[in-house]
Design a protein around this ligand. Structure first.
Ligand code: PHE
Length: 460
């Protein structure tokens, strides 16, 4: 077998990992969820949970990855002789397969809006028509298939070229480009009249909006935006060298990620508030409200094009990290070459993605929504992020905290690090705080525990 690849440079590794973390979560989830949950206090909760839960799991994944030099399935095989842990590896594989299958559909929309912006699609259109464009796209069968296929081809082409020549090379271009675009758009937003209103919406603490369950939402968001719980960071960690500082890397990435999320919020809301629109989340925010608002601003073509390029780059650097988990697993476990693995897996992802691409047009699985209450796309999204992510995160924490050989984890944590004193605090968080937090999320999500009701009873 060929020797395992390493990242060519620390910067390359940072850019790839930051690129994975910065994604649709920062752009379409964070801003809205923050505003809806009482602003400033929620931001503080998000920061605290990033520090005591997100970063510790991030470190755990890097330790497991670098310790084993394998992607999830192989990592648990290498690090323990209890075969049950391999299930955790396979669970990462299933999660990433599902995520990518519908992520490419959303990314396809971003690709579409980039192209449409270049053609100045909103010129001379009434507001209803601009908003309605998304419905047309959403309900189209062939366009959704074509666009997700094109985006998957971009992702495939990058991962096909390997760690250094593909993922690292392109991350070093795309992630800085993404940051520069975000900064430019942010600076632009500071000049708009809605800036102070947006600032208040995001930062002004409103305790009446902060429910106990908002804290759980902040916790979930902290894990989601850092891409932990999917084996992604573990896989990227498996290509890390011994002289790289694991805890420091985790802090750096988390800081960039928090900064980007805040900047995204401070970029999007001023634009929206300036025109008196109300905030939304998800596809509605990116693909309906934003194009409409851009059409009212000078320089629509340029503004709208670079905004959707930002979304596209954010999605692309996340998608390559998800695909790499699958490709690394296939090359390690089925003795396949990278190139063959990339092509086969991409084909499988496209096929699994078809029902998601066709969810809007309702041409496949027509009875899905009546049966499950959500269309296929939303079901996969909900299942992977609301269930698989917390379950994986919980068991990763238990593995790193309780199962992984104590001297090995200490050694891997400390290699190349100046922050070795953080080992015991990290271990404490891993053993107690992270499992407790994640179990609370799952109990609340499963409707077993209504945190808000419990708190209001305690108060009365
Ligand atoms: N971290 C990504 C974001 O903020 C979300 C993500 C998680 C993407 C896991 C892929 C896999 O959008």
């Amino acid at each position: 077998m060929k020797p395992r690849e390493n990242w060519g440079s620390h910067l390359g590794f940072l850019m790839a990992t930051a690129g994975s973390a910065i994604g649709l979560g920062s752009l379409w989830k964070f801003p809205y969820v923050t505003g809806e949950n009482g602003g400033g206090l929620f931001v503080i909760a998000y920061l605290v949970f990033t520090l005591i839960i997100g970063i510790p799991i991030f470190i755990a994944e890097l330790v497991i990855g670098r310790g084993a030099k394998r992607a999830p399935v192989g990592a648990y095989r290498t690090l323990t002789n209890k075969p049950a842990w391999r299930l955790l590896g396979w669970s990462s594989v299933v999660s990433t397969l599902l995520i990518l299958s519908y992520y490419i559909v959303v990314a396809g929309w971003a690709l579409n809006y980039t192209l449409m912006s270049l053609l100045d699609f909103s010129a001379n259109k009434a507001p209803d028509q601009i908003i309605g464009t998304f419905e047309v796209l959403y309900r189209s069968t062939d366009l959704n298939l074509l666009l997700s296929f094109l985006f998957l081809c971009l992702t495939t082409a990058i991962v096909y070229r390997g760690i250094r020549g593909g993922i690292e090379f392109w991350s070093k271009i795309l992630t800085p480009a993404l940051l520069v675009i975000l900064l430019l758009l942010f600076l632009y937003s500071t000049t708009l009249s809605g800036f102070s209103e947006a600032f208040a919406f995001i930062f002004k603490p409103d305790a009446s909006k902060l429910k106990p369950s908002s804290l759980l939402q902040a916790l979930g968001l902290a894990c989601f935006t850092l891409s932990v719980g999917m084996g992604i960071i573990l896989t990227y960690g498996s290509y890390m060298r011994e002289n790289e500082d694991i805890p420091k890397t985790a802090f750096t990435i988390a800081s960039i990620n928090v900064l980007v999320s805040l900047m995204a919020a401070m970029m999007i809301f001023p634009i929206i508030f300036t025109f008196g629109f109300s905030p939304q989340e998800g596809p509605g925010l990116l693909f309906k409200t934003m194009p409409l608002v851009f059409s009212k601003l000078p320089g629509t073509l340029l503004l709208s094009t670079i905004f959707f390029l930002l979304v596209l780059f954010a999605a692309l650097t996340s998608a390559i990290s998800v695909l790499e988990v699958l490709v690394a697993t296939a090359t390690e476990n089925f003795k396949m070459s990278r190139k063959k693995a990339v092509l086969i897996i991409s084909a499988v992802i496209f096929i699994i993605g078809v029902p998601s691409a066709l969810a809007g047009s309702n041409t496949l699985f027509k009875n899905w929504t009546p049966l499950y209450g959500k269309n296929f796309f939303d079901t996969v999204d909900f299942f992977s992020f609301s269930w698989l992510l917390p379950i994986n995160a919980l068991f990763t924490a238990i593995f790193a905290g309780w199962v992984l050989d104590a001297s090995l984890k200490k050694k891997v944590f400390a290699e190349g690090s100046t922050l070795t004193t953080l080992f015991y605090p990290w271990l404490f968080l891993m053993r107690w705080v992270v499992p407790a937090g994640v179990i609370l999320i799952m109990l609340h999500q499963g409707g077993i525990l209504d945190i808000d009701a419990i708190f209001s009873k305690l108060r009365s």
